[in-house]
Design a protein around this ligand. Structure first.
Ligand code: PEP
Ligand code: MN
Length: 365
């Protein structure tokens, strides 16, 4: 997709701070918004988020201040020079947000799942040069996420971005929404031109995990973070547990390790090249070893076939799953990693042996 990278318009490259969008889950009052806006200015943050139409799971929860809050945002924007971001879920929201001069619009996780809604929003946005961010859908479906970005792109939106807010799961986990990092990383691989913003607040669901999730996102080379910030988080009308005060945000930002994407230092480049050559060599050896192992598997397959014995041998599989993680520990490798690796090796071994079993034997002459 031919898109424009808009992050550099907002990121202050002189500060060693990640690009951050901060602000409350929901706009609650003009006072709350102004307080937080002033704190963000002091932290050198230039984009403030605030939800005004809140998609809530149950109808009796706080559903946002709606249109009224757009006026508060416009006033604060004028007073402070901050840019504003809010969620839109239908064409009416888009129209009102554009009229109020909102700078960045984002599509929420519950909307990204519905191509009809996304298309309506894309049509309503035609002709604007606003930044539009798309949160991942609540279900782990990369195509839906990319599909939403494509619909916006086809409507002429050039300043796009993706927000990784994690995925709903039935399974209990430490996180409110499981991060499933491989999905946003795949998006980044397919569309390196689209800025990827981490949303540690909605992944974590709990303010104690915000730092950890933010650091992980930066280590994976995300372009920025969106962190819910509230003057009095415990009293917040939505997402109270995951919001942090501006003081805590300041602390988090000061502790985050921001690494350079690359270095032009010649010594660094030479040394990295030398290390990579060694890795290439080790990988060749690894592949040769795997090939030797698979050849042995073929012999075993032939032998089982000749003796009319089944491919899958439960006892042997149990023994492998017991011993290999133990050997891994002695070699200072993660037993979980080796367990997963052996599952893949075993699948391939079963495939090879099944192929041998199914081969019709040469007719006897
Ligand atoms: C939000 O950003 O407050 C929000 C409702 O997010 P999501 O769409 O990720 O649930
Ligand atoms: Mn929220």
């Amino acid at each position: 997709m031919d898109t424009k990278n808009w992050v550099s318009d907002y990121k202050n490259f002189t500060s060693n701070q990640p690009f951050v969008i901060a602000g409350p889950c929901s706009a609650e009052s003009p006072e709350q918004l102004l307080t937080i806006a002033q704190s963000l200015k002091a932290l050198d943050i230039s984009i403030m988020r605030a939800g005004i139409w809140k998609p809530r799971t149950r109808p009796n929860s706080f559903e946002g201040m709606g249109e009224t809050a757009l006026k508060w945002m416009a006033d604060i924007k004028q007073k402070t020079g901050l840019a504003f971001a809010t969620e839109v879920a239908n064409p009416t929201h888009v129209e009102l947000a554009l009229k109020a001069g909102i700078d960045i619009l984002w599509i929420g996780a519950r909307t990204t799942v519905n191509p009809f809604s996304v298309q309506e929003i894309a049509d309503a946005l035609k002709g604007t040069d606003k930044i539009v961010l798309v949160k991942n859908p609540i279900n782990p479906d990369l195509s839906l996420w990319i599909g939403a970005l494509e619909r916006l792109h086809r409507a002429g939106i050039k300043k796009l971005g993706a927000i990784h807010r994690g995925f709903s799961s039935f399974q209990k986990s430490r996180f409110r929404n499981q991060p499933l990092w491989q999905i946003p990383l795949e998006l980044k691989t397919l569309h390196p031109d689209i800025p990827l913003i981490g949303d540690p607040s909605h992944i974590a669901g709990n303010r104690d995990l915000i730092f950890e999730v933010s650091q992980k996102a930066l280590d994976l080379d995300y372009d920025g973070l969106m962190i819910e910030t509230h003057p009095d988080p415990d009293k917040a009308l939505s997402d109270a547990q995951q919001q942090v005060t501006p003081e805590v945000l300041k602390e988090i930002l000061s502790q985050l390790r921001v690494s350079e994407r690359s270095s032009s230092n010649a010594l660094f480049i030479n040394h990295l090249e030398a290390l990579r050559e060694k890795i290439d060599h080790i990988d060749q050896e690894l592949i040769e070893t795997l090939s030797t192992r698979m050849k042995m598997i073929e012999k075993i397959g032939d032998y089982k076939k000749d003796n009319h014995v089944t491919v899958f041998q439960l006892e042997r599989w149990n023994e492998i799953m017991q011993t290999r993680p133990e050997w891994a520990k002695l070699a200072l490798l993660s037993p979980d990693f080796i367990r997963e690796l052996y599952k893949i090796i075993h699948d391939e071994s079963i495939r090879i042996q099944t192929e041998i079993m199914n081969k019709t034997s040469e007719p006897e002459k």
